[in-house]
Design a protein around this ligand. Structure first.
Ligand SMILES: [Zn+2]
Length: 116
């Protein structure tokens, strides 16, 4: 699982919330954690009993938790974890958007480095 280091706290909190939300007998398998368009993306598979109604309920609950984490990532520097007053994605390598705070952006500009 690879997440930008500034978002480690968000991912840790999300995993804790998912753990609390999962009823006994249900588990998740994290498929991918990454940054996309300046926002966190968290993909998972839900495993549990063959109970379609319960599965829908749990999926809805987990999707809401994932959405909240993605929203939080949009106002959190993905390099250092500092809160960003308003979303300020900067163009990174290959023109993709990255979410960074002003001091990280300046530091990278100063060194002429590409956004990781
Ligand atoms: Zn930063």
């Amino acid at each position: 699982m690879i997440a930008p280091r500034g978002w480690k706290g968000i991912v840790d909190d999300l995993l804790g919330q998912i753990d609390e939300a999962l009823p006994v007998g249900w588990t998740i398998e994290v498929e991918e954690v990454k940054a996309k368009y300046g926002s966190l993306r968290f993909y998972y598979q839900l495993h549990g009993p063959a109970d379609a109604a319960m599965r829908r309920l749990i999926n809805a609950r987990l999707d809401a938790l994932v959405q909240a984490a993605e929203d939080r990532s949009e106002v959190t520097c993905h390099l250092c974890g500092a809160p960003i007053a308003r979303p300020s994605p900067a163009p990174g390598e290959f023109g993709r958007r990255v979410t960074v705070c002003e001091s990280c952006r300046v530091a990278y500009d100063m060194h002429g480095m590409r956004m990781p």
